[in-house]
Write a protein that binds this ligand. Structure first.
Ligand code: PMP
Length: 363
């Protein structure tokens, strides 16, 4: 029996998206594929809610993190990371791996960043980039991108938002919120199997790239190699740098078509309603959420166990037909995490809550 995959990505995908994946593979320079890729890029602007330059590259969300960073900052410059959990720490590691000096704003797990603290830190030094994880998947909090964007706009700093666990689910308006580079991975709220890194650079980020002082020290992730390719696909011209993931792009095209036809506002509202339904159901069963009140994300929930051992709880829940994820980092073993994003509906949320109820009865 197929189980409900309620983890924070990959998720249960829409059947039409899976069907698109299984189309006969064509050449990456075939006219029909060029047209699909071009249309995908145009529709992605509507998903990022931005006039920027989208990139679709084969790889996971971590590749997108690295690509965003290495194209706008180099050795000798400083990065600032808002660190609310595992994915903030991952950004620190990425900067260190590239020999880039990095400072952190450490935020207690379960809390969102304080925009005033971000302003004070930006005033204290010359930071080339600031990274913020929109929804940190280890704690289930959502940072306030609008408030932080209103701070960063007063500085030259490039504002990078990791929207891997939020884009197309949690409310996010790239241009309006002054986000310079925003990115995601395909397997989350975009609702496409894992394997694509999807980024969007605004003009400020493209200019910062053009003004880098030293030759760029990466190859596959350099936008010098990818920008002409993305532009060619949008123009409808054949081009090649690295073979694109043809079938995943078919699936992405189907998914962004669905997203655009649902409408971003309707999609945000659906995620808000379903997240509220999930949180209400969990608190009625006496579960406590990791995020402080008001900061819980709408794409996922991080939940403390009710005294039942992690493996026993998730094992029994799986027997009841629902897969949820365990904790990450220092919350490993202490919490479970439920994804509620993408093609999710109220029946999926009810089924998950019912399965949790049945599971609790077994202990
Ligand atoms: N950032 C966030 C917020 C994430 O949730 C994840 C994946 N869980 C990543 C980055 C890394 O993505 P991937 O696992 O696709 O490399």
């Amino acid at each position: 029996m197929a189980k409900l995959l309620m983890i924070p990505g990959p998720i249960n995908f829409d059947p039409e998206v899976i069907r698109a994946l299984s189309k006969v593979t064509v050449s990456h320079v075939a006219p029909e594929f060029i047209s699909i890729f071009g249309d995908t890029l145009r529709k992605l602007r509507q998903v990022f809610i931005s006039e920027g330059q989208p990139f679709v590259i084969a790889g996971s969300g971590t590749l997108a993190m690295e690509m965003a960073a290495t194209n706008v900052i180099q050795r000798g410059e400083k990065a600032l990371v808002v660190n609310n959990g595992v994915f903030g720490s991952r950004y620190v590691d990425i900067f260190k791996a590239h020999g880039i000096a990095v400072d952190e704003i450490q935020v207690e797990w379960g809390k969102a960043a304080d925009p005033t603290e971000v302003r004070e830190k930006l005033e204290s030094d010359d930071y080339k980039v600031l990274t913020v994880t929109h929804v940190d998947t280890s704690t289930g909090i959502a940072n306030d991108i609008e408030a932080i964007g209103n701070v960063v706009k007063d500085f030259d700093t490039i504002f990078i938002v990791d929207a891997v666990c939020s884009l197309a689910g949690q409310r996010l308006y790239q241009d309006k919120q002054h986000v310079d580079i925003c990115f995601t991975g395909s397997q989350k709220a975009l609702g496409v199997p894992p394997g694509l890194a999807i980024l969007n650079f605004n003009q400020k980020a493209l200019d910062a790239h053009a003004k880098l002082k030293h030759p760029i020290e990466c190859f596959y992730t350099s936008i010098d190699n990818w920008l002409p390719i993305m532009q060619a696909y949008e123009r409808g011209d054949p081009s090649y740098f690295g073979t694109p993931a043809v079938n995943l792009i078919y699936a992405l095209h189907e998914s962004v078509k669905q997203i655009v036809s649902e409408g971003m506002e309707a999609r945000f509202e659906r995620h808000e309603k379903l997240a509220e339904m999930m949180r209400k159901g969990l608190t009625e069963m006496d579960f406590k959420l990791v995020p402080e009140d008001g900061w819980a994300a709408n794409t996922m929930s991080a939940v403390y166990h009710n005294g039942i051992a992690d493996a026993d709880f998730r094992g029994q829940l799986s027997q009841e037909g629902v897969i949820v994820a365990g904790g990450l980092g220092k919350l490993k073993g202490k919490i479970f995490r439920i994804g509620h994003m993408g093609a999710i509906n109220a029946n999926d949320v009810s089924a998950t809550l019912n399965a949790i109820q049945r599971t609790l009865k077994m202990f």
